[in-house]
Each structure stands twice: as C-alpha cells, then as structure tokens.
Design a protein around this ligand. Structure first.
Ligand SMILES: Nc1nc2c(c(=O)[nH]1)N[C@H]1C(S)=C(S)[C@@H](COP(=O)(O)O)O[C@H]1N2
Ligand SMILES: [Mo]
Length: 253
C-alpha cells in the first residue's frame, strides 16, 4: 500500500490541471478540499497564496533546506536590529538568563515550561544553514539546539494539533508554523551559534530557526509556544504578525 503517494500524485495533478484549465480559483477550491489553505489565503491575493502554499506542501513537504560545510560559515554574520532594552529582558540578561523559560501550552497533555538547562538536556542537533532576509541579504552560520518536534513530543502534543504559534519576549513579535514545518527535522529551538552560546544580538538566549523559510519566521528571544488546531483566534487570524503587515505566512526559500 502506498496511499500517501498516490493521494499526493492525485492532488498534484489536480492542482496543476485546475490551475491550467480554469484559473487559480478552482485550484484554491481543490486546496480547500484537502485542507491546504494557509491562514493568509483570503483577500485579493488569496488564490495565488493558496496555490503556492498547497503546491509547496504537496511537492516539498519533506525536503530539506541546504546545509553547508563548516568552512562556508560567514566570517561576519549580520545581526539585524538591536537587542531589547526593556527591563523584563535586561533583568533576565543580568541574571545570565537563568530564569528564562520557554512556556508550552495549548493542545498538549503536559503544559509547562522548559528552562535553558532543561532544553540542553535533550539531544541536541547542530546544522549550518543560511539566514535569508526578505530584504535580500543573507549569512551562513551554525545553529545548535533542540528539534522543535522533540519539545512538542516531550510536552505531549495532541493528535488534533495543526499549528504551533510562537512568541518573542518582544511584544507583538509572533508567528506560527503548520505541522509540516513544526515537526520538520531542521526546525530547531536554538541556544547555540557557531560553537558557542547564542549571542543576544542573534536572538539569544533562545531563538527558533526555520531554515526552509525567510528569516522573519526565525523569531528571536523565544518565550512561548502555543499548540492549536485553529489560527483564527490569534491576532487577526492571519497566522503571524508579519502576515498582518502584508508579508507571506509561508515564505519558502
Ligand atoms: N524577536 C524578533 N525576531 C526577529 C526579528 C525582530 O525584529 N525581532 N527580525 C526578523 C527579521 S526581519 C530577520 S531578517 C531576522 C534577522 O536575523 P539576524 O539578526 O540573525 O540577522 O530576524 C527575524 N527575527
Ligand atoms: Mo528580515
């Protein structure tokens, strides 16, 4: 039996035929039927956004972002923006981040929080990947951390979970991933960078890294994960702060 593959082929063929024959609206209808509509799939560009997302999900669900040899690590990686200066952050920083917590709640059987040592006690993964900003610049660095899938597994993610919403300690900085990206082996919650601790200017002490997507999905100063089956109750329902500003929710590289 290879039901997954034949279903995938069926959907791919259907999407391609629909897009070619009768325009993107038909493809969008087909995507909806198979649960492949992104949260920002409404509005004037909705059909195009949906077609892109649905095609990516069907064709590239399991593909890996490129990993580079260590010799290609950028000599001068560019940190975009300045670290937080508000007291909630600087107090934690003054304490060596020993009180930093990653809270996990929503559709999990064991809601709770992870300290940095808790995360470091889980099996780490290291990868050398490229950070690509939507503005056109990029750099290559080594990222060390815990696969998000392992954190979700430890928290007891429930079968009806469909998205993971994640928050920075910086107010208003939040984003989300579908399960394909949340459980993807290269999606990490990172605390290490180029062999050492993750520097504050690169998002330390904790940053999510989503190397298959543009860098704005890689939110710095990570403090909370909320597992859900419905993004409509978060913000304006578009899945992220960036999407509310007009950026794509699923900006694949
Ligand atoms: N908390 C937080 N995360 C963030 C941002 C931010 O301003 N605040 N900027 C995003 C954007 S637009 C980019 S390009 C990358 C920059 O990552 P870098 O500083 O490692 O270059 O971080 C992303 N994550
Ligand atoms: Mo960016």
């Amino acid at each position: 039996m290879n039901g997954g593959m034949s279903r995938r082929r069926l959907i791919t063929t259907g999407l391609a035929a629909a897009a070619g024959l009768s325009g993107m609206a038909v493809a969008a209808r087909l995507a909806r039927k198979y649960g492949l509509v992104p949260p920002d799939g409404g509005g004037p560009y909705g059909a195009g956004t949906t077609l892109t997302y649905a095609a990516q999900r069907v064709l590239t669900r399991h593909t890996l972002a490129r990993e580079f040899p260590r010799g290609m690590i950028s000599k001068r990686p560019f940190a975009n923006g300045a670290p937080p200066t508000f007291e909630e952050f600087t107090k934690l920083q003054a304490g060596g981040f020993s009180d930093w917590r990653l809270e996990v709640n929503g559709m999990v059987s064991n809601p709770g929080s992870f300290s940095l040592p808790d995360l470091r006690s889980l099996p780490p993964r290291s990868q050398v990947t490229q950070v690509v900003c939507e503005e056109g610049w990029s750099y290559i660095a080594e990222w060390i951390g815990t696969p998000l899938s392992l954190i979700l597994q430890t928290a007891g993610i429930l079968p009806q979970a469909r998205f993971v919403v994640y928050y920075s300690i910086e107010k208003g900085m939040w984003d989300s991933l579908d399960m394909a990206d949340a459980l993807h082996p290269q999606t990490l919650v990172t605390y290490g960078f180029n062999g050492g601790d993750l520097p504050v200017r690169f998002g330390g002490p904790l940053r999510i890294r989503v190397p298959r997507q543009l860098a704005y999905k890689s939110v710095k100063y990570l403090t909370r994960l909320t597992v859900t089956d419905d993004l409509r109750n978060f913000g304006k329902g578009l899945g992220s702060a960036s999407a509310e500003e007009g950026y794509s929710w699923c900006p694949g590289i």
